[in-house]
Design a protein around this ligand. Structure first.
Ligand code: ATP
Ligand SMILES: O=c1ccn([C@@H]2O[C@H](COP(=O)(O)O)[C@@H](O)[C@H]2O)c(=O)[nH]1
Length: 224
């Protein structure tokens, strides 16, 4: 992870990339809806690069010498949203890094972002407009059970009953308005996320197909 030397990304008035060159699909859903689980499957079948905003923030939090580490830690514990300048810069850096290191990789699943309207507007204005948002819909009681279960081994500071309660509140009050705004623009692909992961994935695949997104087909080279 490169050092977070500048925070200019969010203030640019013109987007860095065109949506014809760089494809971004946002992945949203409540905490524990299964976003990361589904993204892993999509990475292997479709060749997307998966960037989790939460993972990038946790890496920055733990990076020795980071001036943002303590701030990120306290936002994550409280289940609130880190100021967008930090998150957008981390995402832009990770996208540039991917394009440099994995030549030709220009399809991104951005997981757990944007969690707030200001982030959504700033990212689409200054980095690249998204293609659509994959939204995993799941009742709180199901998500709570999953998170408490994950908390037994995840080591995450926010997989505990108090942080989970705060994260749910932030999701409803701050993140759902993002989903609703994209929905009004016809840019939400909604998937029910209660069933087993493979069942949910089948639904994801059929909905992506409706949007013209197909799995990578590997060419079979016949021996001569
Ligand atoms: N469809 C599913 N059925 C049952 N358990 C699931 C399902 N999808 C994911 N899980 C489990 O639930 C937990 C949360 O899943 P995951 O980490 O993918 O969610 P997330 O939406 O990315 O969460 P967060 O927003 O907190 O990072 C994990 O332990 C995962 O194995
Ligand atoms: O855009 C974002 C994404 C995440 N956060 C903070 O990180 C935690 C954990 O996120 P996960 O997606 O569950 O890994 C989240 O509760 C926020 O505190 C953020 O601030 N901005």
């Amino acid at each position: 992870m490169p050092a977070l030397e500048s925070l200019g990304a969010a203030t640019r008035t013109k987007s860095l990339w065109s949506p014809d060159d760089v494809i971004v699909i946002f992945v949203l859903g409540g905490p524990g809806a299964g976003k990361g689980t589904q993204c892993s499957k999509l990475v292997s079948d479709y060749g997307f690069k998966h960037l989790s905003a939460g993972d990038l923030l946790r890496e920055e939090q733990d990076r020795p010498g980071s001036e943002f580490g303590d701030m990120i830690k306290s936002y994550i514990k409280e289940g609130t949203i880190v100021p967008m300048e930090v998150t957008i810069q981390l995402l832009e850096n990770a996208m540039k890094d991917t394009m440099e290191k994995e030549k030709g990789k220009r399809m991104f699943l951005i997981d757990g972002f944007p969690r707030k309207l200001d982030q959504a507007h700033a990212f689409e204005r200054s980095v690249v407009p998204s293609k659509f948002t994959l939204f995993f819909d799941c009742p709180e009681e199901v998500m709570e059970e999953r998170l408490l279960n994950r908390g037994k081994t995840s080591g995450r500071a926010d997989d505990n009953p108090e942080s989970i309660r705060k994260r749910f509140r932030t999701f409803i009050e701050t993140s759902m308005p993002v989903v609703n705004e994209f929905e009004e623009q016809g840019k939400v692909v909604k998937v029910e996320a209660v069933n087993a992961p493979d069942e949910v994935y089948k639904d994801v695949q059929s909905k992506l197909k409706e949007r013209g997104i197909e799995p990578i087909t590997l060419a079979i080279v016949q021996p001569s």
